[in-house]
Ligand binder design. Structure first.
Ligand code: FMN
Length: 284
């Protein structure tokens, strides 16, 4: 029998096994392809509610804010001569650090002032869609660390694509996060996808992620002004578990986790350069 006759007769006889092999090949190919592309949503959380969930609100057409006469604007004080230049000097010294001392522990009142400052941020339709959870309890920090390290191990080994892991190499990060138990405070910033009006109705939080991110930026500046260090972290896939741990409601989605405190004496940071003004600003 010729070779091609042999192959076709075997194929014909064994067509069920051939189909199974084809199916297995297809599944394997898709698994490898998905893993090589990494996760499709680079988010900490499950998706926000569908817009349809909130559609019923449109029936009422009442503003979420009280309608009252505007008041005179009192311009902010210029506390510093050359304020912008001095602010730049302050903020250009900010660095992300990943090695924290457990003590001294900053006063909680300082953290409160920083969060007060964050709470002055603008927000879409003045919805103020943020919650700042401050954790100082050692056991709770340990639980947070366990959740994050477990997920980050999977993130680094499976969820993040190879280019991503490679891009992180200069920062020398990995799934081990000692700072989550070393830092005297952890601040978990949640965006609220919707809120409740005074009458107990669900109200929309427009642009809640942008608003909360701007507020978080205010917090970073305030922490810097207070002489404290921090690190913006966005641990992938940890949101639901951390939200449950802190018993937060489901309309709150974890956006950022910040360890806050002072750097260890021997703390080092990546040798980074910043873009020049001419690279980030275009004048017309
Ligand atoms: C949105 C965002 C997410 C980040 N996520 C992480 C993170 O998960 N882990 C981490 O170690 N650093 C994280 N960083 C810190 C950056 O790596 C750091 O800001 C960057 O390398 C620049 O360094 P610098 O903050 O010292 O200027 C994040 C920063 C931002 C703004």
């Amino acid at each position: 029998m010729e070779l091609d006759e042999l192959i076709s007769s075997k194929l014909l006889k064994n067509w069920p096994s051939f189909l199974i092999c084809l199916g297995l090949f297809w599944i394997l190919k898709n698994v490898i392809y998905k893993r090589s592309r990494g996760p499709q949503r680079f988010t900490l959380e499950e998706p926000d509610e569908e817009v349809e969930d909130l559609e019923d609100l449109e029936d009422e057409l009442q503003p979420a804010l009280e309608e009252k006469p505007h008041v005179a604007f009192v311009p902010g004080q210029n506390l510093n001569p050359n304020g912008a230049e001095r602010f730049y000097q302050l903020i250009q010294g900010r660095r992300s650090i990943r090695s924290f001392r457990s003590d001294p522990k900053p006063d909680l009142s300082v953290i409160e002032d920083c969060i007060r400052a964050a709470g002055t941020a603008p927000s879409g339709a003045h919805t103020e869609p943020w919650t700042y959870c401050v954790v100082e309890d050692a056991e709770l920090k340990q639980s947070i660390r366990e959740i994050v390290e477990q997920e980050e191990f999977i993130n680094y080994s499976q969820r993040m694509h190879q280019q991503w892991v490679t891009d992180l190499r200069p920062l020398q990060t990995n799934h081990v996060k000692e700072y989550l138990t070393d830092a005297p405070y952890l601040i978990l910033i949640f965006k609220q996808t919707h809120g409740l009006s005074k009458t107990g109705k669900r109200k929309r939080h427009y642009y809640n992620e942008i608003s909360t991110s701007i507020s978080a930026g205010f917090l970073l500046c305030a922490l810097q002004a207070a002489g404290l260090s921090t690190l913006v972290t966005t641990p992938l896939n940890c949101g639901p578990a951390l939200r449950s741990l802190l018993k937060r409601p489901t309309n709150e989605k974890l956006l950022i986790l910040l360890p806050v405190g002072y750097p260890k004496i021997d703390c080092t940071v990546p040798d980074l350069e910043r873009k020049n003004l001419s690279d980030i600003m275009v004048t017309f």
